[in-house]
Design a protein. Structure first.
Length: 374
């Protein structure tokens, strides 16, 4: 019974809690209400993953690491396994019994939970603050993940606010005041107005004070090249000089792609450096299809789960040895530790083949008490 109870009360919902949904038109005025997006680095009460991650070699190590660091984990499951049955989480029976590993009934098809579980915000009204989920349209055609925010609200004490935007959650970041988004994967359910309508909607509906909108981004998802680690500090990806100097050894198409990516990453850094401390983090790994990024990491308070990748074939072509990976990772660790973060490496060599890394496959439920200072 405790096995099933852990699933039913996932995220700590108390009996009798009333949940609400509402649909709002953009720019609708609301009196006595202050809404702000919840900062990426805010305290986390639960780290959510999909059961489909268990089919990847990254799945169990990621769960174990989060639990070891003292963070609770929730697994979205289309069907909750029977207690005592033979399944992939059977070795976590003790954590399930204690409620530290929660099995959440949740109909879904995609491993990329970041993209469809909504934007978390905090609403203050009459001296009282509550968390909300800002729900957007995930797919142009109906998709089961479009019900994700509402399913989550069945087990999470948060209201759902629907806004008429179509986007992917991996293309949105916030420090609790400012919001960041790239152009490629964002489409508006409006006839006219372009990205200015998007910016106004993010200000009026999500509570963003300033929106940094990258019109020619390095990647369709902002979380592949930008990381918000505090109110004043952001990480921006860069391709290091030792790679750029070798591009003449590559075929012209690959060389041009690398130089083009480097230019776009530099442009993002330049756009932000007037307001933020910009810390550059190398991204030396790439193929013609995938950008393997250290930026696509997970913040859990002062811990940061960093993706680690296998040594790519193209670096052999450039004359580099496998020792380069150790050198690169050591440099990344130094920069992050200088920011007060403790680095924990998780191999992401398989999941990155689908186009994303650790941030893409996770979703943090933040605590109700929020702060915009790290």
């Amino acid at each position: 019974m405790k096995w099933m109870f852990a699933a039913v009360v996932a995220l700590g919902v108390s009996v009798g809690l009333s949940l609400s949904w509402s649909v709002r038109g953009m720019m609708e005025p609301t009196e006595n209400l202050v809404r702000r997006p919840i900062a990426e680095f805010s305290p986390v009460s639960l780290l959510i993953l999909s059961e489909f991650l268990l089919d990847y070699p990254e799945g169990l190590p990621l769960i174990k690491k989060a639990l070891t660091l003292g963070h609770d984990v929730g697994i979205l499951m289309n069907q909750i396994p029977e207690e005592g049955s033979d399944h992939k989480l059977k070795d976590f029976a003790a954590e399930i019994e204690k409620g530290r590993l929660q099995l959440i009934p949740f109909a879904h098809e995609s491993i990329w939970v970041r993209d469809y579980l909504g934007i978390q915000s905090s609403r203050s009204m009459m001296g009282h603050s509550v968390n909300e989920i800002i729900d957007f349209r995930y797919k142009e055609d109906f998709h089961v993940e479009d019900l994700g925010s509402h399913q989550l609200a069945l087990t999470c004490p948060q209201s759902v606010i629907q806004i008429p935007l179509s986007l992917d959650g991996g293309n949105f970041l916030s420090n609790g005041q400012d919001c960041f988004m790239g152009a490629d994967s964002t489409s508006l359910i409006v006839d006219e107005g372009g990205y200015q309508v998007l910016i106004q909607a993010l200000k009026s509906e999500v509570g963003c004070e300033t929106v940094y909108y990258f019109q020619d981004p390095p990647h369709e998802h902002v979380d592949m090249y930008l990381k918000v680690v505090s109110k004043d500090v952001v990480l921006v990806a860069e391709i290091p000089d030792l790679i750029l100097e070798k591009t003449s050894s590559l075929d012209p198409v690959t060389a041009e792609r690398i130089l083009h990516l480097a230019h776009k990453m530099d442009a993002v850094a330049e756009q932000l450096e007037h307001k933020f401390q910009v810390v550059r983090i190398v991204t030396p790994l790439f193929t013609s299809e995938v950008l393997s990024s250290y930026i696509n990491s997970v913040l859990l308070q002062d811990d940061i789960l960093m993706p680690r990748y296998q040594f790519p074939d193209h670096l052999d072509q450039l004359g580099f040895t496998r020792g380069l990976m150790t050198e690169i990772e050591a440099g990344v660790e130094v920069r992050l530790e200088e920011l007060g973060l403790k680095v924990h490496w998780i191999d992401a060599s398989e999941v990155i083949k689908g186009g994303g890394a650790l941030h893409c496959i996770t979703y943090q439920i933040h605590r109700a008490e929020q702060s915009v200072a790290h």
